[in-house]
Design a protein around this ligand. Sequence first.
Ligand SMILES: CC(C)(COP(=O)(O)OP(=O)(O)OC[C@H]1O[C@@H](n2cnc3c(N)ncnc32)[C@H](O)[C@@H]1OP(=O)(O)O)[C@@H](O)C(=O)NCCC(=O)NCCS
Length: 204
Amino acid sequence: MLALDFRDLSQHSDVLRLRDGQSVTVRFVEPQDGAALQDYFRSLTSGSRYNRFLGAASELPRSELEKSIHVGDDNRFTVIVMMKVDGTERVVGEARYAFEPRSGRFEFGLSIDDRWQGHGIGAALLSNLECRAAAFGAERIFGDTLRSNSAMIGLARKSGYSFAPTPNDWKLVRFEKTIDVAPADIPCASWRLAATGGLPASMH
Ligand SMILES: CC(C)(COP(=O)(O)OP(=O)(O)OC[C@H]1O[C@@H](n2cnc3c(N)ncnc32)[C@H](O)[C@@H]1OP(=O)(O)O)[C@@H](O)C(=O)NCCC(=O)NCCS
């Protein structure tokens, strides 16, 4: 199981190659990324924000933003997807996840910039999250989405998730999968760190 070294979050960064040959970097949010993360949420279409926040919102509430930039608090983590656009590194996606050590369950939500949807970034980020979950020693990964969110449901279906009603909320559907990352195929830095014993075998 992975323990994070908060002194060097960059060692958990991953470069993901997309099907068109472009690459993106997935890395933990740092406190100085707060403004860029908020700008990213504001730049999403209202439909994407609605789907991401499961309701209407023009931006990330200040309290949530504050929590998001403090990676690891309460076993919750935010990663951003960075891509070079016109020579400048920009946030083109994000995911927030939580690991519950007692149940072995890993919950997440994610979004991709509307201008970059349909390029395979969501699928690549989802695989990366599964690997991050494996590095924690998670047994199950899941998320909840609106029943009307055909893009997320399509992505989850294509990625091998099964579906069930979300407890206590008829508007949502839960997609869930057993974590199964083969150690021979090391697809993320966090897994590599955990597998090579570079970090102690417990959560802080
Ligand atoms: C859901 C979301 C993350 C998908 O990201 P994406 O980068 O556009 O997805 P990808 O390009 O990687 O697509 C992967 C697969 O997902 C499915 N998919 C993607 N968009 C789809 C759509 N609009 N309708 C149906 N299926 C879709 C397809 O199976 C696709 O495979 P294909 O390209 O071979 O057809 C993105 O649409 C998004 O950010 N939506 C707004 C926020 C949101 O809904 N978040 C989920 C809340 S948990």
